[in-house]
Design a binder for this molecule. Structure first.
Ligand code: SF4
Length: 227
């Protein structure tokens, strides 16, 4: 471990108990449950990363979803985006099952780890600059733990921007790195950066992102990284 944490569990404990962003603490603790989940206890805390810490691929989202990760306590779990992403990861061989519904559903990722740039759900899915900055310390530690990392797939332009900011903090030359589905960038001394559309209903229901597009991108990454 590094950056002040002696174990993954200690890092996760620090993430889950974090209250650094007052706006997000207020929002997450007062989420109104959707009627279909009214009988469930929402998580209402920051949501840490999940997956294979020895994996070669990091899949990076923006933040937990209001009725997905922020409800279930696991990133990309229990909402439409999660169902689409995990079905694609399963098709491409990164998950043992195509289902991601709850923390005890048996999902295991193989060769990939999944996290979000911001660990608390933001109103309107729009974190502020300060909130990105506050949470970047956790992303930096997670990245330092992924010692076999050879590729990062950023889902959506804001996650992509958050990862580019991480590279810039480390002194990398990030000139010319722009977001576009399927674009990739080789960064000296670091993992290959891939950009992909976020599997949100806004993208998947309009055909902007189809299942073959996402599975195709994941399979390309597998080939590139020899996973
Ligand atoms: S977004 Fe990150 S830094 Fe802000 S309260 Fe949540 S866990 Fe803490």
């Amino acid at each position: 471990m590094s950056l002040g944490y002696r174990s993954v569990e200690e890092l996760e404990g620090a993430i889950v108990s974090c209250r650094a962003c007052s706006r997000l603490v207020e929002y997450r603790e007062n989420v109104k449950p959707r009627a279909s989940y009214a009988s469930q206890a929402y998580w209402r805390k920051p949501v840490p990363g999940f997956g294979d810490l020895k994996g070669k691929l990091l899949v990076l989202g923006l933040a937990p979803a209001l009725h997905g990760g922020e409800r279930t306590g696991r990133i990309f779990t229990g909402d439409a985006s999660s169902r689409f992403l995990v079905a694609a990861l399963h098709s491409a061989g990164f998950a043992n099952q195509p289902v991601s519904e709850s923390r005890d559903d048996g999902l295991v990722y193989k060769g990939c780890y999944i996290t979000a740039a911001v660990k608390c759900v933001p109103p309107g899915d729009k974190p502020t600059r300060d909130e990105f900055d506050n949470c970047s310390r956790f992303l930096d530690v997670e990245l330092s733990l992924l010692t076999n990392l050879e590729g990062v797939l950023a889902l959506g332009s804001l996650a992509f921007k958050a990862y580019v900011s991480h590279l810039a903090r480390g002194g990398a030359d990030v000139k010319g790195m722009v977001f576009g589905h399927g674009l990739s960038y080789r960064v000296e001394g670091g993992p290959v950066v891939y950009a992909g559309y976020h599997p949100s209903p806004r993208n998947t229901n309009t055909g902007k992102l189809s299942m073959p597009m996402l599975v195709g991108l994941l399979r390309k990454i597998r080939r590139d990284l020899r996973i």
